[in-house]
Design a protein around this ligand. Structure first.
Ligand code: SAM
Ligand code: SF4
Length: 488
């Protein structure tokens, strides 16, 4: 087992070790008393790798916090670790293959190590993972992370295979020890699981039924995060806007959003992902009423064809989706709208695909995530016979991406000369530029006379000077007249 140097009062370094979010280097807090009697302490070390969406990234923060609290130390490579954790994604077939490929890679170096598979892939495959990868000894879905310490004890007690796959209602949200990667932006789960049944999607099987957290509980955590210095919070859920407070207060999503926005200390509140069926006008009213609610809505459409949407069991028509787009376009706030698109859903004809292309023209999204349809176990779409050939799916995805690239290039070009406030999130040392994010969730890289790391996490007006399809570039706006323009 690796050893780490610590003084006798600071031996539980797991509590103090953390990965620096930018450099990814492992940092340890020094012994506060600078004790001269440093001792070599054996510690359990863990390495974690995360696949998939923001929900998974945040789940890993819960796992990391729980392990640190248990006295583990986080390390940056699998070789240094006594315990390896793979937080998996199974949303598309490729994601799942990637996980098993990774597990194979580590078979050779697995001797004497505990290997754990977590997340959607774990929930979906369950005990089968032990057969496919016999060097794995723990398989646990996202609803079981609060039980992780107990499961690790079972392993230490000599149990060779431990399973945690229950969808326990009370244990699905934050653990008390969540260790957030980013010191300025925090994710906050408000709803878990999904009660919809889209014909292509595994989420209802891997994350279970919808469970909303009480409004009071969300507010308590959001206030605590603001108190710890976080200025941006993203409310998270598979369908965040299906949120329904289970307490007598009974807040809906728009109410919760408005209340979180009022918390002193927060400057930006985001949310993802919204389902069009539950996307109601009061959400836009809440955004309009409070500048702190960001100028961005991610509203996955999946297809521009009402016939395909019905086959996908999406519960809205193209017209109903467009009504929501109209609300956003008529808003007083400059809302950026982004979406998800699936191409090649079984039975999607050329003309139905063209309807998706026309929808892109009509909406002029600010960004899209385009996916090739991927067959998933247990899903209703498996029964649809009329599969679209793989080459055709590839062609459709390229066509969608090409069209969208042109749209983004044009929209970004129109922003040149404007001023946007960014949260400074990082520094690109190669280009000597700061990396910022706008309220509309655009990346805006910019130059500044200072390279002081204290700028990280601060907000800064930036004048846009150049535009690419995926990001903007500019220069820090240090001129007082321009500052007044932005606040006007
Ligand atoms: N709940 C959100 C909604 O209903 O719009 C989406 C959450 S899902 C985890 C993220 C995205 O993955 C979906 O919007 C969809 O575009 C994509 N996706 C899900 N299942 C897929 C599949 N079988 N094949 C391709 N893309 C898929
Ligand atoms: Fe999947 Fe549909 Fe639920 Fe979104 S709403 S998570 S796409 S089943």
């Amino acid at each position: 087992m690796p050893t780490i140097f610590a003084c006798h009062e600071n031996r539980n370094l797991g509590k103090h070790g953390w990965l620096h979010p930018v450099s990814k280097r492992l940092l340890y807090r020094a012994c506060p008393a600078l004790h001269s009697t440093m001792v070599s302490v054996p510690v359990k070390t863990f390495y974690i790798e995360t696949f998939g969406c923001q929900m998974n990234a945040h789940d890993s923060e819960k796992v990391v916090g729980t392990l640190l609290q248990q006295g583990f130390a986080q390390v940056a490579t699998p070789d240094e670790a006594s315990h390896l954790f793979y937080n998996t994604c199974s949303i598309r077939d490729k994601a799942e293959q990637k996980v098993f490929h990774r597990l194979d890679t580590f078979k050779r170096s697995a001797k004497g190590k505990i290997i754990a598979v977590l997340g959607c892939g774990a929930q979906q495959e369950g005990e089968k993972i032990f057969e496919r990868a016999p060097h794995v000894s723990l398989v646990a879905g996202s609803a079981s992370y609060a039980r992780l310490p107990e499961m690790l004890i079972q392993l230490e007690a000599g149990n060779k295979r431990v399973l945690g796959l229950a969808f326990d209602r009370d244990e699905a949200f934050e653990t008390p020890y969540t260790r957030r990667d980013n010191p300025h932006r925090a994710f906050l789960t408000i709803i878990e699981g999904c009660d919809k049944s889209c014909a292509y999607c595994v989420v209802p099987f891997t994350r279970g039924p919808e469970r909303s957290r009480t409004g009071a509980n969300v507010m308590e955590e959001a206030r605590r995060l603001a108190g710890e210095g976080y200025t941006e919070i993203t409310l998270l859920g598979q369908n965040v806007n299906s949120y329904q407070d289970p307490s007598p207060a009974g807040w809906d999503f728009a109410t919760l959003l408005a209340r979180v926005g009022e918390i002193p200390g927060l400057r930006r509140v985001r949310f993802t992902t919204s389902h069009p069926r539950d996307f109601v006008k009061p959400i836009i009213d809440a955004i309009e009423a409070d500048e702190r609610l960001c100028n961005h809505v991610h509203l996955p459409v999946q297809s521009g064809s009402t016939r395909v949407l019905k086959a996908m069991q999406r519960l809205y028509t193209r017209d109903e989706y467009m009504r929501r787009i109209d609300w956003m376009k008529q808003s007083r706030r400059p809302l950026a709208i982004t979406t998800d698109i699936i191409v090649g859903f079984p039975g999607e004809t050329e003309s139905e695909f063209e309807e998706t292309m026309q929808l892109l023209d009509e909406v002029q999204f600010d960004a899209i995530f385009g996916f090739k349809y991927s067959q998933r176990p247990n899903t209703a779409a498996l029964k649809i016979q009329d599969k679209v050939p793989e080459e055709e799916i590839t062609r459709r995805l390229s066509a969608v991406q090409e069209k969208q690239r042109a749209i983004q290039l044009r929209k970004h070009g129109e922003m040149i000369g404007g001023i946007e406030e960014v949260l400074i999130e990082g520094r690109n040392h190669a280009t000597q530029q700061w990396i910022g994010r706008t309220s509309q969730n655009r990346t805006l890289n910019f130059t500044h006379t200072s390279d002081d790391p204290a700028l990280l996490g601060t907000y800064m007006p930036v004048r846009i000077t150049r535009a690419g399809p995926n990001s903007l570039a500019g220069e820090a706006c240090l001129n007082l007249d321009l500052l007044q323009q932005i606040s006007a």
